[in-house]
Design a protein around this ligand. Structure first.
Ligand SMILES: C[S@@+](CC[C@H](N)C(=O)[O-])C[C@H]1O[C@@H](n2cnc3c(N)ncnc32)[C@H](O)[C@@H]1O
Length: 258
């Protein structure tokens, strides 16, 4: 079942490990720099009503609210992420602007046209039916509104066991190409205005994370356990190999609803 699969990856321990090796508040590799780059391309303003789908413990949503003063709703499948993100919003006195709720990207619990910006930061690769995800987004996005996201995308061939291992390490049921996303967006009333392959950036960020991980061997082995540390390294090495062989990469997309 989807929730259980995602919870295995993003349970409290998983989150603690990911935040330690990535950066505070973020369960994605690019951190605030990636949020900022996308916000500029998306044209986020104080008036924007933003929905982040796959909001984790709140990194991008909290940053957008703190920087632009816009209203943000974060949606995440995992209840413990939602509770943690709401606590962080409260602790930073941003809870008048940001709230987080539990829900599934494939069944968005919002009225039609409720948002001006739909945001995704490296989360949609986990969603099993990406065509349906974009159809749901098309419904809750107001006319003239913007879809802006980064994601891990398929950039080259990878088959058999290597593919299975990569998808398992990513906790992704499948992976889309930039062209897949473009097709889904165009068939749901959106025009793609920016489509960028940011694989080089993703690879360099991932290499930096792997170096940090190696430096933290002792600390992490003590804090979690040597076995957990080894599992984290194995899993991340598998992802790094997929990045380095050109099968896996990063994409940044902005589209406008017609
Ligand atoms: C890689 S993390 C990114 C979180 C956040 N965007 C960030 O940059 O820190 C992916 C998040 O997507 C959530 N997620 C996965 N599948 C989902 C779904 N079907 N519906 C809603 N959230 C989902 C996970 O629980 C996780 O918190």
């Amino acid at each position: 079942m989807l929730v259980e699969e995602i919870e295995k990856n993003y349970n409290k321990l998983g989150i603690e490990i990911i935040e330690t090796i990535y950066t505070d508040d973020y369960l994605s590799i690019g951190g605030t720099a990636s949020t900022e780059d996308l916000a500029v391309l998306a044209g986020v303003t104080q008036q924007s009503r933003v929905l982040e789908i796959g909001s984790g413990v709140g990194g991008p949503s909290l940053h957008l609210a703190a920087t632009y003063g816009c209203s943000v709703v974060g949606l995440d499948l995992v209840e413990t992420n939602v509770a943690e993100a709401n606590e962080r919003a409260k602790a930073r006195q941003l809870d008048h602007l940001v709230s987080f709720r539990q829900g599934d990207a494939l069944d968005l619990p919002f009225a039609g046209g409720a948002f001006d910006v739909i945001w995704g930061q490296d989360a949609w690769c986990h969603v099993p039916d990406k065509a349906k995800l974009i159809a749901e987004i098309g419904t809750v996005l107001a006319p003239g509104g913007t879809v802006a996201f980064t994601d891990w995308i398929e950039t080259g061939p990878i088959e058999g066991k290597a593919r299975e291992d990569m998808l398992a390490a990513m906790a992704a049921p499948n992976i889309a190409t930039l062209d897949d996303y473009k097709r889904y967006l165009e068939s749901n009333g959106c025009t793609v205005v920016h489509q960028e392959n940011v694989s080089d950036l993703f690879v360099s960020q991932y290499r930096a994370i792997m170096s940090r991980l190696a430096e933290m061997r002792e600390t992490l082995s003590k804090r979690f356990s040597p076995r957990i540390f080894e599992i984290v390294v194995e899993r991340n090495n598998c992802i790094l190999e997929a990045f380095q062989c050109g099968a896996l990469g990063g994409g940044r997309v902005v589209a406008r609803k017609r």
